[in-house]
Write a protein that binds this ligand. Structure first.
Ligand SMILES: *Cc1c(COP(=O)(O)O)cnc(C)c1O
Length: 434
């Protein structure tokens, strides 16, 4: 089936006992065993079923099957936030002294996790000079356990060449982990281009209404953990923390998710609540429709800003002059994402005035909401970084990041126009004419 249909139906059949058509919220911690033997079989993962909601829950399981189907994966693990998903996704392939190699254009908190938190746990993260595959390849060595990128960098808006990065990673026997939050599986399915693990902050476009935090790790099921036993013994050797379970034997192509659930979710518990899973599922039902409108509105906004005298620069992959235009054509069929950045003439001060004058467009740090949102990364999401680190992440002092919502385009443009007027009162508006 196509994504529009999968988003509405995958992972759930009408409940056999109640005939409920909407996904029920299974607000329960535990599940009764038929007998001691049944309980033992569940704990040995020999029979399918639920035992305790830290490890699995019927409502979150629907979400996991649905997002796995949308991404074309074999299995998925839902967690409490996108950050928890990133943490688990990396730890699941790491060991003390190992490293991962990452592109430099990252979401601010992911950068902090990689640069400051994981090293304290014995996992080094090597940041490449750019998102170019040769820059990545240069940093891979025998201690490397994964290559990491955001398919579309937040907020840099760079588009990673997933196919080329997967080729480089696989040539060195390591998986490619992709944060696909900005693109969504509606615009891009990284697994089809060779990615092995796909991570999402469901908080953004997938949930889509700015109500609910959530994250998910999708397993492409194709990486040959067994063939690379020297790097990934944790999937192929008996797990002492789970009475000798061998994940690749028991779970075959879904070994990665099974270990992530049995080790990290079970023992550190960044669990998504059933109510949150339900709310995220409501959002996902309309994600295809929303993304279409987000994309169309963003194209109109980008064109208006580009034509406006008061705007210094616009970074939007849908423009022919964007360095990422060819990749936008290849991966998104020209449908560039609805996240764009721009700078107002007059630098930091004018940018601040613009930002403070917004009325409809909300000032906050979020994206992918039905509402249009604006963020000033240098003073918020990327505040902890040095100016040099900011520049590498695609942030300059005046950068404004817009996440274009699904309101009527005229209302969005009107608000941007009046805010530009507040920032640059002496300059004539072209924007309203666009
Ligand atoms: C928001 C975001 C995250 C973090 O997700 P949370 O759900 O807020 O923890 C990670 N990666 C990207 C690209 C994001 O935009």
């Amino acid at each position: 089936m196509k994504s529009e249909t999968i988003a509405i139906h995958a992972g759930y059949e009408v409940d056999p006992t109640t005939k409920a058509v909407a996904v029920p919220i299974y607000q329960t911690v535990a599940y009764a065993f038929d007998s001691a033997d049944h309980g033992a079989a569940l704990f040995d993962l020999e029979v399918e079923g639920f035992r305790y909601s830290r490890i699995g829950n019927p409502t979150t399981a629907v979400l996991e099957r649905r997002v796995a189907a949308l991404e074309g994966g074999v299995d998925a693990l839902s967690v409490s936030t996108g950050q928890a998903a990133l943490n688990y996704a990396v730890l699941n392939v790491s060991q003390l002294g190992s490293n991962i190699v990452s592109v430099p254009q990252l979401y601010g908190t992911t950068y902090t996790l990689f640069a400051h938190i994981l090293p304290g746990q014995g996992v080094e993260v090597r940041f490449a000079e750019s998102d170019h595959p040769t820059a990545i390849e240069r940093l891979i060595d025998d201690k490397t356990r994964a290559v990491f990128c955001e398919s579309v960098g937040n907020p840099a808006g760079n588009i990673c060449d997933i196919e080329a990065l997967a080729r480089v990673a696989h040539a060195h026997g390591v998986p490619l982990i992709v944060d696909n939050t900005v693109a969504t599986p509606i615009l891009l399915r990284p697994i089809e281009y060779g990615a092995d693990i796909v991570v999402h902050s469901l908080t953004k476009f997938m949930g889509g209404h700015g109500t609910t935090l959530g994250g998910i790790i999708v397993d492409g099921g194709k990486f040959a953990w067994r063939e690379h036993d020297e790097r990934f013994p944790m999937f192929n050797r008996p797990d002492a923390s789970y009475h000798g379970l061998v994940y690749t034997e028991r779970f075959k192509e879904a070994a990665y998710t099974a270990r992530c659930r049995s080790v990290y979710q079970r023992t550190t518990g960044a669990v998504l609540s059933p109510l949150s899973a339900f709310l995220l599922l409501q959002g996902i039902e309309t994600v295809a429709l929303r993304v279409e409108r987000h994309v169309e509105n963003a194209r109109r906004v980008a064109e208006c800003l580009r034509a406006d005298h008061r705007v210094d620069w616009v970074n939007y992959a849908g423009f022919a002059e964007s360095p990422y235009h060819a990749l936008a054509q290849k991966y998104f069929g020209g449908r560039a994402c609805s996240l764009l950045t721009f700078g107002v003439k007059g630098g930091f001060e004018a940018g601040k005035k613009f930002y403070d004058a917004l009325r409809l467009v909300k000032r906050l740090v979020n994206m992918g909401d039905a509402k249009s949102l604006a963020c000033h990364p240098a003073s918020t999401t990327h505040r902890q970084m040095t100016v040099d680190e900011q520049r590498k992440a695609g942030v300059t002092p005046e950068t404004i990041r817009l996440s274009i919502g699904i309101e009527h385009i005229d209302d969005i443009v009107d608000d941007l126009d009046q805010a530009l007027h507040a920032a640059c009162p002496e300059r004539r508006s072209l924007l309203a004419a666009g």
